[in-house]
Design a protein around this ligand. Structure first.
Ligand SMILES: *[C@@H]1O[C@H](CO)[C@@H](O)[C@H](O)[C@H]1NC(C)=O
Ligand SMILES: *[C@@H]1O[C@H](CO)[C@@H](O)[C@H](O)[C@H]1NC(C)=O
Ligand SMILES: *[C@@H]1O[C@H](CO)[C@@H](O)[C@H](O)[C@H]1NC(C)=O
Ligand SMILES: *[C@@H]1O[C@H](CO)[C@@H](O)[C@H](O)[C@H]1NC(C)=O
Ligand SMILES: *[C@@H]1O[C@H](CO)[C@@H](O)[C@H](O)[C@H]1NC(C)=O
Ligand SMILES: *[C@@H]1O[C@H](CO)[C@@H](O)[C@H](O)[C@H]1NC(C)=O
Ligand SMILES: *[C@@H]1O[C@H](CO)[C@@H](O)[C@H](O)[C@H]1NC(C)=O
Ligand SMILES: CC(=O)N[C@H]1CO[C@H](CO)[C@@H](O)[C@@H]1O
Length: 901
C-alpha cells in the first residue's frame, strides 16, 4: 500500500474538472442529489467517499477511519486508500478500485456519489441491513465488475438499468426481498460469470435469453425463489462453461431439457424440491467427469434413470437397461470419478439403479429412497471406500448384502428397509467404526443376527420384519450408545440378554418373535408392553406369564403391586444404608467435635460469625435436606442474613494445605449464576462449606410445588442463566472446571428466579475416589448421566452439556427427570418416544404453559435434543447453547404472568 499521498492530494481538482466537462449529466445528477456538495473541491475521491458515508448509518462505527484529518492533514489516514474497506489502484495517483464493506450492519442509502469514483470496479455491501430498492443510479457505475449486495433487506424489482453495467462479471443479489420478473435485459451482461439471484421473491418465468445469452456463465443460482413458475429453459444447454447450476426449491416444472446433455463442465447440479416431471434426458451423465454433486430429489421424475450415468463413454448403450453391467470391469469408468453426492430420492424412478455408481471412489452419499429402483448391491461396492451414507429404503432392490459392504470404514448410515434383500447378514456388516444407523427392516433376510462388537457408535439398529432366527446377540449390550433396537416380527428365540438393561434404550421392540424366559427387569418397567407382545413364552411382572420359579403362588394380576412394593423396598433399603452410614459418620464427628470444634476456618466474605456460632447453629431443625455428600443446614445470622452450610465428611484424603488451596480455587469462582462460596471451616472429621442461601430453593422443588406455575419467560431465564453459569465454568474461569453433577436439584433460584448453580467441585474436596463411589451409588442410573458414562467414567464438558439438556427438557415439558416409581419412563425416553412415534413435538410441551409460547418452546426443545444427542461429539458447547437460548429470548416479549394459582 505504498501510495503517494501528495499525488492524490494535488490532483483531484484537476481531475474533477476534467470529468465534469466529460460527463455533464453526471454532474447535474450529483448536484441534484447531494445539495451539500456544491463546490468542485467536493468531487475529490475522499469527498465522494465521505458523501457516501454521510448517507449510511453505521451502528458499529466501522467507518471511523473515514475522515478528513484537519488537525494532521498529512497523516496517512487522510489518504482514503488507507481507510477501512478500500483498495486503490497501484497507479500514480492511486484511485479507489474496490469498496468492500460487508458484514458491518450498515443501513441507510447507497449514495450516488460512489458511481463518480471513476475506477470503482468492485462494490461489496453484502451482509448488511440495507433496506431500499436497488438504486437506479448504480447503473452509472460503469466500471463495475463485481456487485455484491447479498444478504440485505433490499426489496422492489430488479431494474432494467442494471443491464447498463456492461463490464459486470459478478452479480450477487441473493438473500434479499427482490420481486417481480427476472428482467430479460440481464441477457446483455455478456461478461457475466456469476449470477446469483437465489433466496428472493422473483416470480413468473425465467426468460430464456437470460440463460441462453450469458455464455460466460460459470455459476447460476436461482434457487429458493418459491414464486417462480417456470420451465427450465432449453437454452440453458448453451452455457457450455457452466459449473454450478442451483435451481432447487423454486417452482420449476416440466421436464429436464434434453440440452442438459451438453453441460460437460457441471460440478454441482441441484434441481431438488421442484415440480419437475418426465424422465432424465437420454445420454445425460456421459462425460460428466467433473460432477461432484447431483441432487434431483423431491420432484416427480420418473422412468428409467439413465443407465449410462457414470459409465465410460464407450459403454453407452441406452436401449439396454437390464443386466448389461454384469460384465463390466469397474476400472473402465471414465466418468463421474469425482462424484461425491448422488441424490435422487422421492421421485418415481424405476428400472435398474445405475450400477456403476456403487463403486465410485469419491462417493460419499447415495440417496435413492422412495423410488422403484431395482438391482443388486454389487461386490465392487468395496471400491467406494469413502462412502458414508446409503439410503435406498422403499425400492425394489434384491440380492444379498455383500460382505464387501463391511470393509467400508467410513460408512455411517446404511438404510435399506422396504426392499427385497435376502440371505444372511455377513458377520462384518457392522464393522465400520463410525457406523451409527442401520435399517434393514422389511426385507427377507434370514439366518442369525451376527454378533456386533466393532460398531461402538451404533445408535440405531432396525431389523424388523425379516426372518432372522437364533438368539439376540448378547454383544449388543456392549455397544455404549445403542438407543433404538427394533427386532420385531422375526423368528428370534431364546432369552433376552440381561445386559441390555444397562443400555439407555428409548426403543426396544422385540414383539412377535419366539423369545422365551424372564424379561430383564428394567426392560419391563421402562418400556411399553406392546414391545414385548407376541412372544408367548416370555415371562415377568406385568406379562401374561409370570416366571414360574419366582413367585409361584402369585396370580398375574397381582404383579404390578408386587413390582411397586419391591421398588419401595429396594429404595427403602438403600435409604437406610445411606442413613446408617451417615449417622455413623455424624455420630463420630459430633463426639469428637464436642471437644475440638472447627479449629480452622477461612472466610471469603465478611461474615460476622464464629466457628462456635456455626457449630451451635447447626441442629436437626434447620437441616433442609441431604445431598449425596452430606447435609445442608440453613442458619439465620444475627445480621438477618441466611447462609447455607453443607457438611461433608473429612475423609482425610487431602492434606489441610491442599484442602485450603482447593477450597480457595472454588471460592474464586464468581459468577451471577453460580452459588457463592462464602467460607469454610474444617476439623479432622468434617468440612463445613458456607454458601449464600437462596430463598426459593432448588429448581426441582419449585417445579414440584403445585402453587407455582413457571411461565415460559421465567423458564427461559432459568435455562439461560444456568447455561451461562456452566459456560463460565467450562471456559472462562481459571482453571476450567467441570460440574459433573448438573441436575434440577443443584440449580437454586433466588427470589427473582435467577438461577445459581450449586454443588460443583466437591470432588476436589472429598477426593476423587470417594466422589466417584458416592456418585456411582447415588446415580448409577440417573437420567442426567450421558449414555457414554456407562463405559467412560472420565468427566467431560459434553457430559455436562447432556445433563443440562435433561434440565432443559424438564423446563420444556414440565416433567420431572426423576419421576416417582409409578411412572417409570424417564423424561429423556419419554420425549424421544413421543417425538419418535408421533412426530408430534407439540405433544411434549408442558400443557401448563400458554400456547402463545409454543414456537419458542419448540426451539428450546430442539436445543435440548441437541444437548442430549447420544453421540457426545454432536452436542453443542455451552457457549453455543447460551447463544441459541438467548436468540429465543430477544424475540419473546412476554407478559409477566408467572405467578398464579
Ligand atoms: C448486527 O445486526 C444483527 C442483526 O440485526 C444483530 O444481531 C447484531 O447484534 C448487530 N451487531 C452489532 C454489533 O450491532
Ligand atoms: C481510472 O479512471 C480514469 C478515468 O476514467 C482513467 O483515465 C484511468 O486510466 C483509470 N485508472 C486505472 C488504473 O484504471
Ligand atoms: C458476496 O458476499 C457474500 C458475503 O460475504 C459472500 O458470501 C458471497 O460469496 C459473495 N458473492 C460472490 C459471488 O462472491
Ligand atoms: C424496511 O423499512 C420499512 C420502512 O422503513 C419497514 O417497514 C420494513 O419493515 C423494513 N424491512 C425489513 C425487512 O426490516
Ligand atoms: C442474445 O444473443 C443473440 C446472439 O448472440 C443476440 O442476437 C440477441 O440480441 C441477444 N439477446 C439479448 C436479449 O441480448
Ligand atoms: C408443485 O405444484 C403444485 C400444484 O401444481 C403446487 O401446489 C406446489 O406448490 C408445487 N411445488 C413446488 C415445490 O413448486
Ligand atoms: C414408498 O415410495 C412410494 C413412491 O415410490 C411412496 O408413494 C410411498 O409412500 C413410499 N412408502 C413409504 C412407506 O414411505
Ligand atoms: C415408531 C417409529 O417411528 N420409530 C422410529 C424411531 O426412531 C428410530 C431411529 O431413528 C427409527 O428406526 C424408528 O423407526
Amino acid at each position: 500500500m505504498l501510495h503517494q499521498n501528495t499525488g492524490l492530494l494535488q490532483s483531484p481538482n484537476h481531475r474533477a474538472m476534467k470529468r465534469r466537462t466529460a460527463f455533464p449529466m453526471a454532474a447535474i445528477i450529483s448536484l441534484l442529489s447531494s445539495l451539500f456538495i456544491l463546490t468542485s473541491a467536493a468531487e475529490t475521491e475522499p469527498d465522494l467517499l465521505l458523501t457516501f458515508k454521510s448517507s449510511i448509518q453505521d451502528p458499529m462505527n466501522s467507518l471511523s477511519t473515514w475522515a478528513h484529518s484537519t488537525s494532521m492533514p498529512n497523516t496517512s489516514l487522510t489518504n482514503p486508500c488507507n481507510w477501512v474497506g478500500i483498495t486503490c489502484t497501484q497507479t500514480s495517483p492511486p484511485s479507489v478500485i474496490s469498496l468492500n464493506l460487508q458484514g458491518l450492519n450498515l443501513s441507510g442509502d447507497i449514495s450516488p456519489s460512489i458511481c463518480k469514483l471513476p475506477n470503482l470496479s468492485h462494490l461489496n455491501l453484502a451482509n448488511n441491513l440495507l433496506n431500499q430498492s436497488i438504486p437506479l443510479h448504480l447503473s452509472q457505475c460503469t466500471a463495475l465488475q463485481t456487485l455484491n449486495l447479498s444478504c440485505n433487506l433490499i426489496w422492489g424489482t430488479l431494474p432494467d438499468q442494471i443491464s447498463q453495467l456492461g463490464s459486470l462479471k459478478v452479480l450477487d443479489l441473493s438473500s434479499n426481498y427482490l420481486e417481480g420478473k427476472i428482467p430479460q435485459s440481464l441477457s446483455s451482461l455478456s461478461s457475466l460469470q456469476v449470477l446469483n439471484l437465489g433466496k428472493n421473491r422473483f416470480s413468473g418465468e425465467v426468460p430464456s435469453s437470460v440463460v441462453g445469452n450469458l455464455s460466460e456463465l460459470l455459476f447460476l443460482d436461482l434457487s429458493e425463489n418459491t414464486f417462480l413458475m417456470s420451465e427450465i429453459p432449453q437454452e440453458i444447454g448453451q452455457l457450455q462453461k457452466l459449473q454450478q447450476l442451483l435451481l432447487q426449491r423454486s417452482g420449476f416444472y416440466g421436464g429436464i431439457p434434453d440440452s442438459f446433455v451438453g453441460l460437460h463442465g457441471l460440478v454441482v447440479l441441484d434441481l431438488s424440491k421442484n415440480n419437475l416431471t418426465g424422465s432424465f434426458p437420454l445420454g445425460f451423465g456421459s462425460g460428466l467427469s467433473k460432477l461432484v454433486s447431483l441432487d434431483v430429489s423431491l420432484n416427480s421424475l420418473s422412468g428409467f434413470f439413465p443407465t449410462d450415468v457414470c459409465h465410460g463413454k464407450g459403454l453407452i448403450n441406452l436401449s439396454l437397461h437390464t443386466n448389461f453391467f454384469s460384465g463390466l470391469i469397474p476400472d473402465s469408468f471414465q466418468d463421474c470419478l469425482n462424484l461425491e453426492r448422488f441424490q435422487v430420492h422421492n421421485n418415481g424412478f424405476d428400472g435398474n439403479f445405475p450400477n456403476g455408481l456403487w463403486s465410485l471412489p469419491k462417493l460419499k452419499l447415495i440417496r435413492a429412497e422412495n423410488n422403484r429402483f431395482s438391482g443388486e448391491i454389487p461386490i465392487s461396492i468395496s471400491m467406494a471406500s469413502q462412502l458414508e451414507q446409503v439410503e435406498i429404503d422403499n425400492n425394489s432392490f434384491t440380492g444379498r448384502i455383500p460382505q464387501e459392504l463391511g470393509v467400508i470404514s467410513s460408512m455411517y448410515r446404511f438404510s435399506a428397509s422396504l426392499n427385497g434383500f435376502y440371505g444372511n447378514l455377513p458377520d462384518n456388516f457392522c464393522d465400520s467404526p463410525v457406523m451409527s444407523i442401520i435399517n434393514l427392516s422389511h426385507n427377507s433376510l434370514s439366518g442369525q443376527i451376527p454378533e456386533l462388537k466393532k460398531c461402538r457408535k451404533l445408535v440405531s439398529l432396525a431389523l424388523a420384519d425379516n426372518s432372522f432366527s437364533g438368539q439376540i446377540p448378547a454383544s449388543l449390550a456392549e455397544l455404549p450408545v445403542l438407543t433404538y433396537i427394533d427386532l420385531s416380527n422375526n423368528n428370534l428365540s431364546g432369552e433376552i440378554p440381561i445386559g441390555l438393561q444397562n443400555l439407555k434404550l428409548a426403543l426396544f421392540n422385540v414383539s412377535f418373535n419366539k423369545l422365551s424366559g424372564r424379561v430383564p427387569f428394567s426392560l419391563i418397567s421402562g418400556l411399553p408392553a406392546s414391545f414385548l407382545q407376541g412372544n408367548p413364552d416370555l415371562c415377568g411382572p406385568g406379562l401374561p406369564n409370570s416366571c414360574a420359579e419366582e413367585r409361584p403362588k402369585r396370580r398375574s394380576s397381582d404383579q404390578p403391586a408386587v413390582l411397586v412394593c419391591l421398588l419401595i423396598l429396594i429404595s427403602f433399603a438403600a435409604g437406610m444404608m445411606i442413613l446408617v452410614a451417615g449417622f455413623f459418620v455424624m455420630h463420630r464427628s459430633i463426639r469428637k467435635k464436642s471437644h475440638q470444634g472447627c479449629y480452622n476456618s477461612m472466610f471469603f466474605y465478611p461474615l460476622r460469625i464464629t466457628e462456635k456460632d456455626l457449630e451451635m447453629g447447626m441442629d436437626e431443625e434447620n437441616a433442609v435436606g441431604s445431598g449425596a455428600f452430606g447435609r445442608v443446614h440453613v442458619i439465620n445470622l444475627p445480621s438477618g442474613e441466611f447462609i447455607a452450610i453443607k457438611k461433608l465428611v473429612n475423609t482425610g484424603s487431602l492434606s489441610s494445605k491442599a484442602l485450603k488451596a482447593d477450597v480457595k480455587t472454588l471460592a474464586k469462582v464468581r459468577h451471577r449464576n453460580i452459588v457463592k462460596l462464602l467460607g469454610f471451616c474444617y476439623s479432622d472429621d468434617s468440612i463445613l462449606l458456607i454458601y449464600e442461601c437462596l430463598q426459593m430453593g432448588s429448581l426441582r422443588d419449585v417445579m414440584r410445588r403445585s402453587n407455582i406455575l413457571l411461565e415460559w419467560n421465567i423458564r427461559l431465564q432459568i435455562a439461560i442463566g444456568t447455561a451461562q453459569g456452566l459456560a463460565y465454568l467450562h471456559k472462562d474461569c481459571v482453571p476450567h472446571l467441570l460440574h459433573k453433577n448438573i441436575k434440577s436439584r443443584n440449580i437454586l433460584l433466588d427470589k427473582d428466579f435467577e438461577p445459581k448453580i450449586a454443588d460443583f467441585g466437591l470432588d476436589r474436596i472429598v477426593g476423587e475416589s470417594v466422589y466417584q463411589s458416592v456418585m456411582a451409588s447415588e446415580s448409577g442410573s440417573s437420567v442426567y448421566m450421558a449414555p457414554e458414562h456407562g463405559c467412560i467414567k472420565k468427566a467431560t464438558e459434553q457430559k455436562d452439556v447432556y445433563s443440562f439438556g435433561v434440565v432443559l427438557l424438564e423446563l420444556v415439558t414440565g416433567r420431572q427427570a426423576e419421576q416417582p416409581e409409578s411412572d417409570s419412563v424417564d423424561v429423556v425416553k419419554w420425549v424421544r418416544r413421543k417425538i419418535n412415534m408421533t412426530n408430534g413435538a407439540f405433544q411434549v410441551l408442558d400443557p401448563k404453559v400458554s400456547s402463545s409460547y409454543h414456537q419458542y418452546m419448540l426451539r428450546a426443545l430442539d436445543i435440548a435434543l441437541n444437548c442430549i444427542s447420544v453421540m457426545p461429539e454432536k452436542r453443542p458447547t455451552m457457549f453455543e447453547v447460551v447463544r441459541s437460548l438467548q436468540s429465543l429470548d430477544s424475540k419473546s416479549q412476554p407478559t409477566p404472568s408467572w405467578l398464579s394459582g
